[in-house]
Design a protein around this ligand. Structure first.
Ligand code: 13P
Length: 257
């Protein structure tokens, strides 16, 4: 299949992490809606904390913004105190889940194996996973970036065939919350590597349609350059997604506005 970037609609996702109360959640969404009025041709997703998914959904109304959870569990129900099942997300209209974010890997014991279980469970429930991969600074400096990414992809996607449901986010750990983004060349190199992996494992038809997002200090001042890379299909944005003006500017830039 001939490469055609038009096949992959840009996706701009805000990972709000542990921020915002219920009022701020609604306000931020309403501001983003106002600041992006008239913009089309891009998918916009926001990921508030679990308790405010409802408030977020009300603020979203018919604007077309979609909701993501920041994590999800792999079991459907039972004695798993504190967990949330994929079908519960689907039940409240939350159609996406971020899985395997490096903060979950670092602080909460997430492994490629749990990423795999969560991703499978999400797909089964019709919740689209945004699976995060990325190397640490030490891994990059020792030349292990591709090896690390490949291991995360192999483990995270073991026995998964429903790739068109899935989005992959490349988030170099050293770029998250540091203000030091990957250069567009560094991002493109890893994104091309991920697409090459998809092609080798699942063929061109799959590799051509799966969106690969970049995350790590993306902001309105560097988004245009990063989003112009042929294999960068959008952004997973932390800090800048908490500022309506910045996040909206990135949404506009993603469609050249
Ligand atoms: P920052 O944009 O704050 O660097 O965070 C990126 C991120 O972790 C998104 O998931």
């Amino acid at each position: 299949m001939v490469y055609n970037p038009a096949m992959r609609k840009k996706l701009i996702a805000g990972n709000w992490k542990l921020n915002n109360n219920s009022l701020q959640t609604g306000d931020l969404i309403r501001k983003i809606i106002a600041l992006t009025a008239g913009i089309s041709g891009v998918d916009v997703v926001v990921a508030p904390v679990f308790p405010f998914l409802h408030a977020a959904r009300e603020a979203i109304g018919s604007s077309g913004i979609e909701l993501a959870a920041q994590d999800v569990f792999w079991e459907e129900k039972g004695a798993f105190t504190g967990e949330v099942a994929p079908s519960m997300l689907a039940d409240i209209g939350c159609r996406w889940a971020i899985i395997g974010h490096s903060e979950r890997r670092q602080y909460f014991g997430e492994t490629d194996e749990t990423v795999n279980k969560k991703t499978k469970a999400a797909i089964k429930a019709g919740v689209r996973p945004i699976v995060c991969v990325g190397e640490t600074l030490a891994e990059r400096e020792s030349g292990a970036t591709e090896k690390v990414i490949e291991k995360q992809l192999e483990g995270g996607f073991r026995d998964i065939s429903e790739f068109p449901m899935t989005v992959i986010a490349y988030e170099p750990v050293w770029a998250i919350g540091t203000g030091k983004n990957a250069t567009s060349q560094q991002a493109q190199d890893v994104h091309a590597f991920i697409r090459g992996w998809l092609k080798a494992k699942r063929g061109s038809d799959v590799a051509d349609v799966v969106r690969i997002l970049y995350g790590g200090s993306m902001k309105s001042s560097n988004a245009a350059e990063l989003l112009a890379c042929p294999d960068v299909d959008g952004g997973l944005i932390g800090g800048a997604s908490l500022i309506a003006e910045d996040f909206s500017a990135i949404i506009r830039l993603s469609v050249g506005k």
